[in-house]
Design a protein around this ligand. Structure first.
Ligand SMILES: Cc1cc2nc3c(=O)[nH]c(=O)nc-3n(C[C@H](O)[C@H](O)[C@H](O)COP(=O)(O)O)c2cc1C
Length: 205
């Protein structure tokens, strides 16, 4: 089958399959702080690392009709900092709770029963218990095109200023996927675990 973007129903697909096609995607579980000091935590699966040196990450936040911003984006635009928490199996339920639509200023760490752990390079806490976290400084935001309903996305690019890794997931100087099992987002309401790993060399190795 072939179809133009958003024309999936014409070929019998009930839901837009883009997220199921571009899968798995890591979940950037973003903590941020507003100018008023309020703390926020929310998951974003339009998220990835984009380069190593300097290390940069991106995520994109939907903006609603009229251009209203999600709390994470608002905070990052106000204070210029955020933390990407990596969701391990133990954090799945808390991550899901933190995606709830809470009023601005309500702290999702409290809703989800999470400890706030101070960061080293930014004034934004990471979530207690996560296997890894990336402390980030805002590099740029890029407004993406708006659709027919006047919704759009803003892409946030951040430079990584510090990396936290739980020593429990490190074995022989490497992150062990037996211990570090990041949860990823697939399409629909589906999620994945990073298991059944294989290794391959490149022709140039
Ligand atoms: C696994 C998962 C991934 C999500 N990914 C995104 C995303 O990439 N972009 C987005 O705008 N919302 C995404 N959401 C929805 C936001 O988490 C949700 O709107 C949340 O309330 C935003 O919180 P905030 O306003 O505190 O930033 C996702 C939700 C879940 C559960």
């Amino acid at each position: 089958m072939f179809f133009l973007p958003m024309q999936h129903k014409a070929v019998g697909l009930a839901h837009n399959p883009l997220k199921a096609i571009v899968a798995p995607r890591p979940i950037g579980w973003i903590s941020s702080r507003g100018a008023d000091g309020s703390i926020n935590l929310a998951p974003y699966s339009y998220f990835n690392a984009v380069c190593d040196d300097p290390a940069m990450v991106m995520f994109s936040a939907e903006t609603l009709a009229g251009g209203q911003h999600k709390d994470s984006l608002r905070n990052i635009q106000e204070t210029g900092e955020f933390v990407v928490n990596i969701v391990g199996e133990a954090q799945f339920e808390a991550m899901n709770i933190s995606s709830g639509n809470y009023p601005y200023g309500e702290n999702e760490f409290i809703h989800a029963g999470l400890e706030m752990i101070g960061s080293q390079t930014v004034a934004v806490p990471r979530a207690g218990g996560v296997p890894a976290a990336l402390e980030c400084r805002l590099h740029d935001t890029i407004a993406l095109p708006r659709n027919a309903e006047d919704k759009g996305y803003v892409m946030v690019l951040g430079q990584v200023t510090g990396l936290y890794v739980d020593e429990a997931v490190v074995v022989d100087g490497r992150i062990s996927y037996d211990r570090f099992v990041p949860i990823s987002r697939l399409g629909y309401r589906d999620y994945g675990r990073t298991t059944n790993i294989f290794t391959a060399t490149r022709p140039s190795d």
